[in-house]
Design a protein around this ligand. Structure first.
Ligand SMILES: [Zn+2]
Length: 249
């Protein structure tokens, strides 16, 4: 394994007397599966918190009982049913402009209610829009649906006060033959680049994005490699929110 770019980037953090921070988001949880148990195990062993985006329309009641025993996995809201409302040819989107804003907001409020009934005080009122996209006018209205922050995938943010994004995806969604885990070297290179962008903009935590249900051994292997880096400090979502620069970047 070559980790030259990451080592070079970590050197720059060291020289600046700073520590790179990471945070972890995992999407599409609906039930207790062997893959979720594997995620819980590797992150639990490493003492790393995970913001777990749960699809309310499809959630299985057994997930609440399980998460009550895994308090490092923090359930939050992943849209309503992960249904695409965009027409063919457009990027997939559940919470887009294809329906009235009030309809979308009602759906989010219903999802939040379902998950807070299910998970009680363990529920984190944060929205992860399916496919990491949503209509632009939704962010300012999320508080009306009981949601206090949201998370997508980009270094750019439209709402710095309430937006905590992810930046490194361990999956390649366009691989021939369907989604496949990226090679570890590629993940490390992408992490190095993301840390470089963060370092140049105040040193905010870099978000790692995973989808436990579709991981192959390559994806799991990259994650084990990241967890083995003692220099990378993993912080919970709340801390990542507190570390965000207050300006758009
Ligand atoms: Zn999703």
């Amino acid at each position: 394994m070559s980790a030259g770019k990451l080592e070079a980037e970590l050197c720059k953090w060291r020289a600046a007397g700073r520590r790179p921070l990471l945070w972890w988001r995992d999407d599409d949880a609906v039930a207790v599966t062997p893959e979720l148990e594997r995620l819980a195990q590797i992150t639990g062993n490493a003492n790393v918190d995970v913001l777990l985006a749960v699809i309310p329309a499809h959630v299985d009641g057994g997930l609440a009982e399980y998460l009550a025993q895994q308090d490092h996995l923090k359930p939050c809201l992943h849209g309503w049913s992960h249904e695409n409302h965009a027409p063919a040819g457009e990027k997939k989107c559940e919470l887009g402009h294809h329906r009235e804003l009030d309809v979308v907001l009602d759906e989010i409020a219903a999802g939040r209610q379902r998950l807070s009934d299910l998970f009680g005080s363990g529920f984190v009122p944060v929205l992860v829009p399916p496919w990491n996209r949503m209509r632009k006018d939704l962010a300012a209205r999320l508080c009306e649906a009981g949601i206090r922050a949201f998370s997508t995938f980009s270094h750019k943010r439209s709402h710095p006060e309430i937006q905590v994004n992810t930046h490194v995806d361990v999956m390649n969604w366009k691989a021939a033959g369907g989604a496949a885990g990226k090679a570890t070297d590629q993940v490390l290179d992408e992490l190095a680049a993301a840390l470089g962008t963060s370092r140049a903009n105040g040193g905010y935590p870099v978000g790692v994005l995973t989808h436990h249900l579709v991981h192959d051994e390559a994806a799991w292997s990259s994650l084990s490699c990241l967890l083995a880096y003692a220099e990378l400090e993993w912080v919970p979502f709340e801390e990542a929110l507190g570390h965000q620069p207050r300006t758009t970047s």
